[in-house]
Design a protein around this ligand. Structure first.
Ligand code: SF4
Length: 464
């Protein structure tokens, strides 16, 4: 469907789909997890005897430190200038990595490693080298592994770029959010275009093969015109991937967002027009829509994975790695092992104390039931591949999709009428190009753990 027609149809139906919706980096989603799953459960899951030494691992390291607080931010971060905190963090992280390695019965190499935060480049270049060595001494990286990092251009130096390349990082993701000076002032993040462009250029010169920029729409003082200028500047930098997130007004998580005046936030129609403008500009500039909030150049791995149906999703976003166990290190990090999720303590002192006591710092988690496992497959297949095949369902679960999930298929009928999804007579689903933009809403019909609207508790941010 050509971009202008897609945008015109989206504009007509979007208000009906602008509601709170999970991002489905997991199923069940994190609010469902409880402390009934603790450190003993994680250690037992790590020690599963059936583990295949050749089964790859994916590693995530959470570095929680930042120099100053961006007022939109809902991440788990510690604002500090104290040089002692990162040193202590590195010691504890090494202990955590070693404890998790010791719990595994066999050595397993990693095909993916990602550092997020916080700001990983809050660490000095030498501290980054030390952290990388701690992780890879325990979990060697496979040849050709994907090694990526999130950086803040305001604190990332040439020496960081060189140290990261030396370690083997090849993908770099930068927070931008918006280049408009008034928006930057409101969100307490002054980051000139030149700083971002220079880092992108320096990273490419140093050998990084992929630069990703993160944008947010819905921030205070944003307008269609101001965001048009931001998009111009972003396209001039020509990143390989662009993530376009909706600003999540989640004041129950990020209290500093209460400082935003409602009147300064774009109203829903403006927010919608900014989103539509961004989609139109990015598609016209040759990026492909990968799913949820991600756009990539056609030659990018994610675009290729979308085309050959190997695209998957985990806590780090879209990935080309399917069925891989994920081990998370650092405060608030999440591990995904077979049929379990485990999350570590979010607060730095609690994480230090837990690692000192047990080696692992599990605060909560969830072991998936057979029904959870089935629904996880339904939701992730729908989101990543844009379809559900009755034949694949039968091969995997031994039943008929149209019978086993008749209620969900019925619930999708209005979306089918809106042109978001096609429903086959055998229950097979095909998400349309329009539906891919709203796939969180489609996936929600398969979610058995959604809080009831009667709860009145805000849990998820809005889908649009
Ligand atoms: S947006 Fe990034 S740099 Fe800003 S406070 Fe949050 S984690 Fe730190």
């Amino acid at each position: 469907m050509e971009t202008a027609r897609l945008i015109e149809r989206l504009e007509r139906i979007l208000p009906r789909y602008d509601r709170a919706a999970p991002r489905y980096t997991s199923y069940p989603t994190a609010p469902v997890w409880t402390d009934a799953y603790g450190p003993d459960d994680l250690l037992a899951d790590l020690a599963r005897p059936e583990q295949d030494p050749s089964a790859p691992l994916s590693l995530y390291v959470h570095v929680p430190f930042c120099r100053s607080l961006c007022h939109f931010c809902a991440c788990n971060r510690v604002i500090t200038h104290d040089a002692e905190l990162p040193e202590r963090y590195l010691d504890t992280l090494r202990r955590e990595v070693d404890a998790i390695r010791a719990a595994l019965p066999v050595e397993r190499a990693a095909t993916q490693q990602h550092w997020g935060g916080g700001t990983p480049t809050h660490l000095s270049p030498d501290q980054a080298r030390r952290l990388f060595a701690s992780v890879t001494d325990a979990f060697p990286m496979s040849p050709g592994a994907e090694v990526s990092i999130e950086v803040d251009p305001r604190v990332t130096t040439e020496a960081h770029v060189d140290a990261l390349r030396e370690c083997g990082f090849g993908r770099l993701s930068m927070g931008v959010q918006d280049f408009d000076p008034r928006v930057q002032e409101a969100i307490h993040r002054i980051q000139p275009v030149e700083t971002t462009a220079a880092l992108a250029e320096g990273a490419r010169r140093a050998g990084f093969t992929s630069v990703n920029l993160d944008l947010i729409y819905g921030l205070p003082y944003q307008s269609v015109e101001s965001f048009r200028s931001t998009l111009d500047a972003v396209l001039a930098i020509a990143p390989e991937r662009i993530a376009l997130y909706a600003y999540a007004h989640v004041t129950w998580v990020a209290k500093q967002q209460r400082g935003f005046e409602r009147k300064d936030l774009p109203d829903p129609p403006t927010r919608l027009r900014i989103l539509l403008l961004a989609i139109e500009r990015l598609l016209d500039a040759g990026y492909l829509f990968i799913g949820l909030d991600h756009f990539a150049r056609p030659e990018d791995e994610l675009a290729r994975a979308l085309a050959d149906r190997t695209l998957r999703r985990n806590f780090m976003g879209h990935t080309t790695q399917a069925g891989v166990d994920l081990l998370g290190f650092g405060p608030s990090a999440i591990s995904e092992l077979g049929a379990s999720y485990a999350q570590s303590h979010r607060e730095l002192p609690a994480w230090h104390a837990a690692v000192a006591e047990r080696g692992v710092a599990t605060l909560r988690g969830h072991r998936l039931s057979p029904d959870d496992l089935e629904r996880r497959w339904l939701i992730s297949t729908l989101i990543c591949l844009g379809e559900l095949s009755a034949e694949d369902y039968r091969a995997r679960f031994g039943g008929e999709l149209a019978c086993e999930h008749a209620a969900e298929l019925e619930a999708l009928a209005p979306a089918a009428e809106d042109g978001l999804v096609e429903i086959g007579t055998d229950g097979s689903l095909t998400v349309t190009p329009l539906g891919r933009l709203l796939v969180r809403n489609l996936a929600m019909v398969f979610d058995r753990h959604l809080p009831s609207p009667a709860d009145g508790r805000p849990v998820f941010s809005r889908a649009v």
